[in-house]
Design a protein around this ligand. Structure first.
Ligand SMILES: *Cc1c(COP(=O)(O)O)cnc(C)c1O
Length: 433
């Protein structure tokens, strides 16, 4: 199989040959995906390390999306009930698989909207500041959208964002947060803890159960942004007693640019009468077409829906979740640990003599499928990413000024891709004089 990814008559060095042998022994599910081609050079496909930014397209997505599109042509409005995959219950057909992926009950899960929109809808319910308790704790390296979302929520409620938003920083000289420092920051004035489950920049996997328990013990609500965790690491949101969570589906979940996002609301909040922004999809399905003046929301996360869902955007999520169901997140995590460890081992051979340093935690239990490199020597991340792409066919993600992120994605990345990335870095980054 891996021979097909190599143009013929190339001599291989022994490390490359070993990588190819690892791919034969531990192949992953690459054949289910479309991997972008490279025009020139020894390899026909790119070495793709940006699956934490935008996952690759499953081959089945195109087929199934076209089927759903054709149902519209075939049925018109009757497709709501008569389409091959009827539109009325379409969103519900995603729920069970999404729930399995994050360790939730189906009643606690819904796929809808985009991530930041969902964070806002959830904060309507879960950020209820008072004069004594109004702070929101995030990471200083939070994704900007999360920063803007919490600051605007604080302002909306009439508080000062500078006073209310607490940004957690690693200790001086350290790159990632320590659980004990997060816990120590959770005082009696904290209303909401909203952290990334896996930090987008450093790749740090937070201790979700410990921080959830500590936040709740301090009297706060604890929500998680799982943009970089869903489809990356096993999660048990229900058992960890997480209050709420949201995630996007275009990163590790391979559902396409701007894909619909997911929401989790813990069972204990489902019939608590929390404030909520509603629309006709918030009301229980049985009464939706009674067109009644007041909603009758179900005791499920579906009550947080507002509009009728975009079917052609749900289609790729459905297809992708089927892959996760077939493979299983536990099996995926096993390959992820092997692949990331392999990339780490190869990097360790070139980083000591170059201005490159891995900032992701070395403990595999504290990270997912990502290694972030801090680049020194006056080299800029964007420039380096362009060299990798245009001279080596390696797609990595640059966060200016000085972080390069590499995500070996266990569904489709190869050991050989890791070898290509490290060889390209060795060539692109000069050794220390
Ligand atoms: C990718 C990402 C987002 C993106 O937000 P959208 O609403 O999907 O545009 C937000 N937060 C985090 C932590 C992310 O990683």
């Amino acid at each position: 199989m891996s021979q097909g990814r190599m143009r013929p008559d190339r001599a291989m060095d022994p490390v490359e040959a070993a990588a190819v042998a690892l791919d034969e022994a531990d192949p992953g599910w690459r054949e289910l995906f479309d991997v972008p081609p490279v025009e020139a050079g020894p390899y026909p496909e790119v070495a793709y390390f940006a699956g934490n930014s935008l996952g690759l397209r499953p081959k089945a997505t195109r087929v199934e999306l076209l089927e759903d599109l054709d149902s519209w042509g075939r049925w018109g409005v009757e497709g709501h009930l008569d389409a091959k995959r009827p539109w009325l219950p379409y969103h519900a057909s995603l729920t069970a698989a999404a729930a399995r992926l994050v360790g939730a009950l189906p009643s606690e899960t819904v796929v809808m909207n985009s991530l930041t929109i969902n964070l806002h809808l959830l904060m309507v319910s879960f950020y209820r500041p008072t004069a004594e308790r109004f702070k929101i704790v995030i990471e200083d390296s939070a994704f900007p959208s999360d920063s803007y979302a919490v600051r605007s929520q604080v302002s909306f409620h009439g508080y000062s964002p500078d006073a209310a938003v607490v940004r957690l920083r690693p200790r001086t000289g350290e790159e990632v947060l320590r659980t004990e420092d997060v816990v120590a920051a959770l005082g009696p004035d904290v209303a909401l803890v909203l952290l990334g489950g896996v930090n987008y920049l450093t790749g740090e996997l937070m201790d979700l159960p410990a921080i959830t328990a500590a936040g709740q013990a301090a009297g706060a609500v604890v929500g998680w942004d799982l943009a970089h965790a869903a489809g990356n690491v096993p999660l048990a949101l229900h058992d960890w007693d997480v209050d709420f969570a949201a995630w996007c589906s275009y990163k590790y979940l391979n559902s396409g640019p701007g894909a619909l996002a997911g929401v989790f609301v813990h069972e204990r909040h489902l019939s608590a009468g929390l404030p909520r922004f509603e629309g006709w999809w918030s009301t229980e399905e049985a009464s939706r077409f009674e067109m009644a003046p007041e909603s009758r929301p179900p005791a499920s996360a579906e009550a947080w829906q507002v509009s009728n869902p975009p079917i052609f955007s749900m289609s790729p999520v459905r297809t992708s979740l089927e892959i996760f169901d077939q493979v299983g997140i536990a099996v995926l995590r096993e390959r992820s640990l092997r692949l990331t460890a392999y990339l780490e081992k190869l990097l360790a051979e070139i980083t000591p003599t170059r201005p490159l340093r891995v900032i992701t935690p070395a403990d595999p239990a504290r990270r997912g499928a990502q290694l972030s490199l801090r680049i020194g020597g006056g080299l800029r991340a964007g420039e380096l990413a362009r060299t990798l792409r245009f001279e080596h066919g390696v797609i990595a993600d640059a966060r200016e000024p000085d972080v390069l992120r590499l995500a070996p994605v266990p569904l489709y990345s190869l050991y050989h891709d890791c070898w290509r990335a490290v060889r390209a870095l060795a060539e692109a980054v000069p050794e220390n004089a």
